[in-house]
Ligand binder design. Structure first.
Ligand code: THU
Length: 160
């Protein structure tokens, strides 16, 4: 038997003001998107903004449903729209912000497992890393240089 350790490396910025200018703009788009979330059941609003290789920004927010599992997370709303609108354009960066009506979320909130799997599909497809920045409502921002860094042991087309 041997033990295998897997590393996940994040960079942490003290706040949105410390981000590179283009990422700050992207995070501000994500914040605007978050404010348009439809989350009457969880009262947990999430916004995502994606920067594409053609310079366009695609946004998404979580969309809930009275039949709970029919709702969709912000990240997948955005990534599927990007894929539908521009099937051949690469995704460069993604900014994510989450806020709860129960109190101010100050810690970075990472994308859920299902969203990581969905984003991984596009990272594998484009064969180029997607930078992911995520935060709460305010405070620190975490950066991952790729989706694969957030989802080691990915299940992808190579196993099919
Ligand atoms: N949610 C997202 O939009 N993204 C995530 O990565 C995690 C969760 C949404 C789904 C649901 O509308 C609410 O947050 C609470 O789970």
């Amino acid at each position: 038997m041997r033990e295998v350790k897997i590393k996940c490396v994040l960079q942490v910025f003290g706040g949105i003001d410390q981000l590179p200018e283009d990422v700050k703009d992207l995070m501000q788009e994500a914040i605007r998107a978050r404010k348009k979330a439809y989350a009457p059941y969880s009262n947990f609003q999430v916004g995502a903004a994606i920067l594409l290789d053609n310079g366009e920004v695609i946004i998404g927010s979580n969309q809930e449903n009275a039949s709970y599992p029919s709702g969709l997370c912000a990240e997948r709303t955005a990534v599927y729209y990007a894929g539908a609108k521009y099937p051949n354009i690469k995704i460069l960066k993604m900014a994510i912000t989450a806020a709860s009506s129960k109190g101010t979320t100050l810690e970075p909130i990472p994308p859920c497992g299902a969203c990581r799997q969905a984003i991984a599909e596009y990272e594998v497809k484009q064969n180029q890393p997607i930078e992911i920045y995520f935060m709460g409502e305010s405070g620190k921002v975490a950066r991952s240089n790729s989706l694969s860094n957030l989802l080691p042991l990915v299940f992808d087309k190579s196993v099919l």
